[in-house]
Design a binder for this molecule. Structure first.
Ligand code: GLU
Length: 478
């Protein structure tokens, strides 16, 4: 039975790279009919915040990633929050101490610092020199009497460590690069590496799928797995996610948290689809995948070794693609918060108003890239346009004023104020006068919306209605 986990540290919002780790674990679990576990790694008391845990959970849910066991839903191997598992780590550490796999190290900060400096001066590799490994009974009792704190360190054997990484292939770690490392801190809490391994063991994790940034921790993990007598899971270290300039994705590249994208009005399925392509892909150049397709087609072996490049432009394109395919009811629902925030609408919204908003959005649906743009795109359906002076002077002149005056007469004469009808009448006018349609359409669009670009001119006029349209044109030609 496949069991995988996503183990975020709640020290910030869900980062794109971490969302991808969560997604790949999720897809792998679903594909293999296994279990996907959410574990919160909050042993760093200073940096971990409850609000980040809540936000990470919300954002994962928003993305449509569901877990089978986790802090919010429990499960057979809980608790799923490391801060609630401290006693478990203590028990394991004590056992390892008794068995002789770890030892107490009484070195003070100053001693460790001196050790580091001396190693540097001699050109030796930094790290612990093992001086507390074989302390005499006398020395131990002297330290105890002094009331010194201690940490627990693992006795690192001089051995080569190898893994067969599912993405990177054979990876060899030369044992001598490691020195006896800490597994329990002096305050009785575990180090990150120790907690990860104890949990992966107890939660029966079969595959550890995580970012390549954890590869350097892996030899430590293997030694701990061995010490506790556990079977070693399979590892799959995913390549890093870079920004468009090929440096590690960071704030410099703009928004890097899922939350930030969510707040701009990206659709979860578009985001889900996009991040699935970060360092993964099928042999064809297919890019649009439903969740079900991804589950069916996902395979770890198809993850690329090379870094993935996060391209916000591509994500934007994919989002607009999904928006175009989404029914207006959902786009309407998702746009409401943005419209309210922009002050264009107020609740309660009656049926008639709802229809009006939906028709306005429909007219622009093809153009929407993110929902945050909706208020701007349809603003003039709700507010009187503001005519930019420069454009006004360019577009409105005696000739166009005359045309608009005649258009008012035509519009006024239309009984069935539908876009087809309006279009026919205005095109007839152009023909009659022998003018190019743009000579008429352009000032008309500007007069009606205050814009030089926008949705279908006749659909826009129909929705605004005869009265409003004429009123706006009159204002411009006055
Ligand atoms: N808590 C770690 C992180 O946030 C993940 C550890 C792991 O996957 O082994 O990066």
């Amino acid at each position: 039975m496949v069991r995988v986990r996503f183990a975020p540290s709640p020290t910030g919002f869900l980062h794109i790279g971490n969302a991808r780790t969560a997604l790949f674990n999720y897809l792998f679990a679903r594909k293999n009919k296994g279990k996907f576990i959410l574990r919160i790694e909050d042993t760093d008391k200073e940096r971990s915040k409850k609000e980040y845990e809540i936000a990470i959970i919300e954002d994962l849910k928003w993305l449509g990633i569901e877990w089978d066991e986790g802090p919010d839903i429990g499960g057979t191997y809980g608790p799923y929050r490391q801060s609630e598992r401290i006693d478990i780590y203590k028990d394991f550490a004590e056992k390892l101490l008794k068995q002789g796999f770890v030892y107490k190290c009484y070195c003070t900060k100053q001693e460790l610092e001196k050790m580091r400096q001396e190693a540097e001066e001699k050109g030796l590799r930094p790290g612990y020199d093992g001086r507390c490994r074989n302390l005499t009974k006398e020395k131990i009792s002297q330290y105890e009497k002094e009331g010194r704190d201690f940490v627990l360190r693992l006795k690192v054997p001089e051995e080569k460590i190898e893994i067969n990484d599912l993405i990177r292939g054979k990876v060899v770690f030369e044992g001598e690069h490691l020195t006896d490392f800490v597994i329990m801190k002096s305050d009785g809490t575990p180090t990150f590496n120790f907690a990860v391994v104890v949990d992966d063991y107890l939660m029966k994790i079969t595959h550890v799928i995580r970012g390549e940034d954890h590869l350097s921790n892996t030899p430590k993990h293997i030694l701990i797995f061995k010490a506790i007598g556990a079977e070693i899971p399979q590892f799959a270290h995913m390549s890093m996610t870079l920004g468009p300039d090929r440096t590690r994705l960071s704030k410099r590249h703009g928004a890097t948290s899922v939350r930030a994208y969510r707040e701009q009005g990206y659709l979860p399925e578009a985001f889900f689809n996009y991040i699935s392509l970060l360092g993964w892909g099928t042999t064809e150049s297919k890019e649009i995948f439903t969740k079900e397709e991804l589950i069916n087609e996902f395979s770890i072996e198809r993850c690329h070794k090379a870094s993935a490049v996060f391209d916000p432009e591509k994500l934007l394109w994919m989002n607009s693609f999904y928006i175009r395919r989404t029914d207006i009811e959902r786009i309407y629902q998702l746009s409401i918060p943005f419209l309210k925030q922009a002050g264009l609408i107020e609740e309660p919204i009656n049926k008639e108003k709802e229809e009006y908003i939906k028709r306005a959005i429909s007219l622009e649906q093809e153009k929407i890239k993110i929902l945050k743009e909706v208020p701007f795109l349809i603003e003039f359906f709700f507010k009187e346009p503001e005519y930019e002076k420069e454009n006004f002077e360019k577009i409105i002149n005696p000739e166009t004023k005359k045309i608009l005056e005649e258009i008012v007469v035509i519009l006024d004469g239309i009984d069935n104020f539908r876009k087809q009808e309006i279009e026919i009448k205005i095109r007839d006018y152009c023909k009659e006068k022998g003018v190019k349609t743009s000579i008429v359409f352009h000032p008309l669009r500007f007069a009606v919306s205050g814009r030089t670009k926008g949705p279908d001119l006749f659909g826009m006029i129909e929705l605004l209605g005869k009265e409003k349209t004429i009123e706006r044109i009159r204002k411009v030609i006055m």
